[in-house]
Ligand binder design. Sequence first.
Ligand code: OAD
Length: 230
Amino acid sequence: MKKLVVLTGAGMSAESGISTFRDSGGLWEQYKIDDVATPEGWRRNPALVLEFYSQRRKQLLTTQPNDGHLALAALEKDFDVQIITQNVDNLHERAGSTHILHLHGELTKVRSTGGGEEVFELAEKDYDVKLGDTCPKGYQLRPHIVWFGEAVPEIENAIKLTEKADVFLVIGTSLNVYPAAGLLNYVPAGVPVFLIDPNDVPVYRQGVTVIRNGASEGMKQLIPQLLKCC
Ligand code: OAD
């Protein structure tokens, strides 16, 4: 089977009711990145940071994968689909996709601040993480999220996957944030690239097929093209 590598961003989950970051009304209009998505913000006010991510987790309980997520999961019968997502939600998993690399971490996990990078999966009943919630060794738990200014440990694996792509697909990302946005540079020459987004996204690569639509409708348009070309 051909390897379809898919890079997804916040727009993938927009139709599920999860706000994007940079669209009008997006999360970065409501919160300051510095306050809730940086190590400095965590040091200044960890309670605020924990509350921000607890809210995001609670939102997961009321949202469902949309037709775009489901279509990607269904493509596993025709392609070896590997998803590289910048999203910290679990909607790809819940849609049934089986190969998902989370570049920016996962909302449903927390990790110890005591070093050693111990990661813990949260039960739904524990989604509201507070100051004073600790790992078994007694260290405060923090969200398992890659904040601005932190290393992106999965980027090497994402590059390796991208280099092996037979087809590359980008869905719902403004390509503003590196190193994720730079993955396109690792797509081998000659490999078809498709991009689904309702808005203009700057892509510095020749020959990208742009489907200017939301994730669900965009996937419907893409599938016949994909099956024909690849
Ligand atoms: P952005 O908010 O920057 O971009 C969202 C993209 O989704 C835009 O290009 C929109 O046009 C598009 N979009 C909106 N509605 C859509 C729909 N229905 N279907 C498809 N696309 C749609 O989000 P990201 O590019 O994912 O990092 O942002 C990258 C990173 O910046 C995030 O992972 C997050 C953020 O700060 C961290 O928090 C570490």
